[in-house]
Design a protein around this ligand. Structure first.
Ligand SMILES: *[C@@H]1O[C@H](CO)[C@@H](O)[C@H](O)[C@H]1NC(C)=O
Ligand SMILES: *[C@@H]1O[C@H](CO)[C@@H](O)[C@H](O)[C@H]1NC(C)=O
Length: 275
């Protein structure tokens, strides 16, 4: 039946298109570096659980590998890795069934004895950020490096950058003497959203186009199926209707008007054919 398939199309296309599917990836504990043997939980905080968000990752060995397929234990839109090893280092993200993606997070697992604890998510411009240089057991004096250059030596093993600006963005690592060096982590800084500034110009037109396409995709099947329904209603056999139903459901004013218009069109078409 064609109207049925159109209705299906309508039902399929609306969640696919008009709910703005979004998710953000969170990591617990919220560290971008960890020691071998630690466990970690990753979860997709989503707007719409029916979108089927799943964890995926790129490592040096695999690309777009889904949680549960050779790594991690999947539970709904979350994933748990009970023993992280250096080969689990990579970039992790959430992806919906339709291919929408969340933010991505770099995780580095070291077999060494020093890690740099830095924010997993981008830092807001103007905020303070604290970096911790740690061994498994203690906080020791540490040297901090940015983009390969020593920037500070901190006796307590942690350093705070006050009033972060875009120039603080970079690749950080630390070093603890007699223990060694941590892996490097990229710290990204994002501009603070201001309420007075207009939204970025580059973002607006695609959004508008998206909304337009949305409406077209959703309302076209609606329109077509409505037309089909009307034509089916018109061509429905009426001769063998029992008279009782005629009496209990008289045509409404609009139906009457539509029928009259329709008859007029048919008459005019027929008239044209006579010429
Ligand atoms: C994962 O790897 C693929 C192939 O190299 C690449 O196209 C994609 O951008 C990567 N994803 C992320 C989030 O880095
Ligand atoms: C991940 O690390 C790479 C290389 O250090 C960097 O270019 C990229 O921006 C990082 N991604 C995130 C989400 O931090």
């Amino acid at each position: 039946m064609r109207p049925t398939s159109l209705t299906c199309l309508l039902l399929l296309s609306s969640p696919l298109c008009c709910t703005m599917n979004q998710a953000s990836l969170t990591v617990s504990p919220s560290n971008s570096q960890m020691f071998e043997g630690e466990s970690v939980s990753l979860s997709c905080e989503e707007d719409d659980s029916s979108a089927g968000w799943k964890l995926r990752r790129n490592t040096t060995r695999e690309t777009r590998k889904e949680c549960g397929d050779g790594w991690g234990r999947s539970a709904g839109s979350s994933c748990k890795i009970s023993y992280m090893s250096p080969s689990d280092s990579g970039v992790y993200w959430c992806e919906s069934r339709e291919g929408a993606t969340s933010n991505s997070i770099n995780i580095t697992v070291t077999g060494g004895s020093v890690i740099l604890q830095s924010p997993v998510l981008p830092v807001m411009e103007g905020d303070d950020v604290t970096l911790h240089c740690k061994t498994k057991t203690s906080n020791l004096p540490a040297d901090f490096y940015k983009d390969g250059s020593l920037i500070r030596t901190e006796p307590a093993g942690h350093m705070t950058i006050h009033n972060v600006s875009k120039s603080d963005e970079g690749l950080y690592k630390c070093h603890i003497s007699s223990h060694g060096e941590s892996p490097s982590s990229w710290i990204s800084v994002t501009g603070k959203p201001t309420t007075t500034a207009p939204p970025p110009v580059s973002g607006a037109p695609p959004q508008l186009v998206f909304t337009l396409v949305c409406h077209l995709v959703v309302f076209c099947p609606y329109f077509i199926s409505t037309l089909l329904m009307v034509s089916l209603y018109r061509h429905r056999p009426t001769g063998n209707d029992p008279p009782v139903s005629m009496a209990t459901s008289p045509p409404t004013q609009t139906e009457q008007g539509l029928d009259d218009d329709y008859d007029d069109i048919i008459t005019s078409v027929t008239t044209e054919h006579h010429f």
